[in-house]
Design a protein. Structure first.
Length: 480
């Protein structure tokens, strides 16, 4: 990756304070103030992001479905999901530094090129080995094949970090929460489309044609990106950092300068410990209730929740206290987790996933809006990357732990008379009662965590920091 970066021509930099115009409250320093033209550019960036996200999500979902159906191993899917989050954690800070060091369109181009290369390699592996060899999860080639696809998906996070900073660059400050809501809506559309087509693709076509479709779609997204304008005069470098190299300094000082921001990141980190449990077990539980084709359709239909949640933020914003909104959303997730798997009723599980997906873009928009307001633009890439790294690091820990625990302890325990006697009153009878027990325990921990966060001094300090930041001016610009 570093060799690829070194071959990209250096962009004109803006580092000398004497050359940088005073920071425009509605935009980024050294750049044109956001207005109707930049908002139109933002919409085109969103469209391209939709194409790219559809592609990576399509192949990622397909890999998970294919692995579980061929191996019937919760442990295998937990390792795959945990590995994805581990790679996000490892590369998040590097991705953030790259975003701060380069023009945002160049970052997105780099992401697309690496993803396309990874998918081409996955296609070559599928052609080189029989599927019986690739699906042997006890052998090396299963993990090489899965790992190459994971790399292509992980690099997509480079684009997503860049997208978060383009909101600051292209959208007036008083519309950024709504713009972040639109980002959630686009991600919801991508999730809806890929959920349906991944299940149908694996069920009807198989893994080989699925990889081929992903290669073609990634190439289309790359070509489309060439024609997407992102008006950016130059790279706005942190004055404390060197303009000629990727710089990691300034991350911790930028976070510590905002009272309560570090505890917020740590809260979302512990929150992701719970998220890792859901990540590891949601698909196995769904594939217990549905066939792979129907499960893909269920995910596609319930992902309308992403569109609903993002649309609500785009329409109404987050209110004057997005920190409070973020914690309230997590209270809702905890309460939801207590009930959506207490019985093996397909409609209960589907309804729970719908509500869960409605809440997610609201939480994501709240966190994005907070950082975009309280962190200087020239450091936002590294702060977003740092947050992504340490938050993502929590999920693989819980995923790697919960996979073996569920596979070898809780699922067998709930199949015994003792397990049914202890928890049958709560969870009823069924094939996946062990997974349901994990959901309930994880949700209880999340509920306690959120209550502690509400009572903390850090919550009050971050709320005050956000309120005391320069309020966004009323900018005459087209709505985002």
């Amino acid at each position: 990756m570093m060799n690829v970066i070194a071959t990209i021509p250096r962009e004109r930099t803006v580092t000398d304070p004497s050359v940088v115009p005073p920071a425009v409250a509605a935009g980024a320093p050294g750049q044109d103030p956001p207005g109707p033209a930049t908002v139109r550019s933002f919409h085109q960036v969103l469209l391209n992001t939709l194409v790219a996200n559809v592609t990576t999500s399509y192949l990622w979902f397909a890999l998970t479905f294919w692995a579980y159906l061929e191996t019937r191993s919760v442990l295998a899917t937990a390792i795959i999901g945990g590995s994805y989050m581990l790679l996000v954690a490892v590369f998040g800070i590097l991705f953030g530094a790259i975003v701060d060091h380069m023009k945002k369109k160049a970052v997105m181009m780099l992401s697309s090129v690496i993803t396309l290369t990874a998918y081409l390699l996955a296609g070559a592996l599928y052609l080189a080995f029989p599927e019986t060899v690739l699906i042997d999860w006890g052998g090396p080639w299963f993990w090489v094949f899965a790992g190459v696809i994971l790399v292509g998906g992980v690099v997509e996070n480079l684009r997503n970090i860049a997208l978060s900073t383009t909101v600051t660059l292209l959208v007036p400050a008083d519309r950024r929460d709504r713009a972040n809501g639109l980002v959630g809506t686009v991600q919801g559309v991508a999730f809806m489309v890929t959920s349906v087509f991944s299940g149908l693709s694996i069920g009807l076509l198989g893994m080989g044609p699925t990889v081929l479709i992903a290669i073609v779609a990634t190439a289309i997204a790359l070509v489309h990106l060439l024609f997407v304008p992102i008006p950016e005069r130059g790279v706005v470098h942190d004055p404390a950092a060197g303009p000629r190299r990727i710089e990691f300094r300034g991350i911790i000082p930028a976070i510590r300068s905002v009272p309560g921001l570090m505890p917020l990141i740590l809260f979302t980190t512990f929150n992701n410990l719970i998220g890792g449990v859901f990540m590891a077990l949601m698909d196995p539980y769904g594939l217990t209730l549905f066939s792979v084709e129907v499960w893909g359709i269920v995910l596609g239909v319930t992902s309308i929740g992403f569109i609903i949640g993002g649309g609500l933020v785009a329409k109404f914003g987050l209110g004057p206290r997005p920190v409070r909104t973020l914690l309230l959303v997590n209270v809702g997730v905890a309460i939801l987790g207590f009930g959506f798997a207490v019985r093996e009723w397909w409609w209960l599980y589907a309804l729970g996933i719908l509500i869960f997906m409605t809440l997610m873009p609201i939480a994501e928009a709240a966190e994005q809006t907070i950082v975009q307001r309280v962190v200087p633009y020239e450091r936002q890439g590294r702060v977003f990357g740092f947050a992504a790294s340490i938050e993502a690091a929590a999920s693989p820990i819980s995923a790697f732990l919960i996979g073996p625990i569920a596979q070898f302890w809780l699922i067998p325990y709930m199949e015994t008379d003792a397990g049914r006697a202890a928890f049958g009153w709560l969870l009823g009878e069924g094939e996946a009662r062990g997974i349901a027990l994990v959901f309930v325990l994880a949700s209880f921990l999340l509920f306690v965590l959120v209550l502690l966060a509400f009572a903390s001094r850090s919550y009050r300090r971050l709320t005050a920091s956000y309120a005391s930041a320069a309020p966004p001016p009323a900018v005459q610009a087209a709505p985002a």
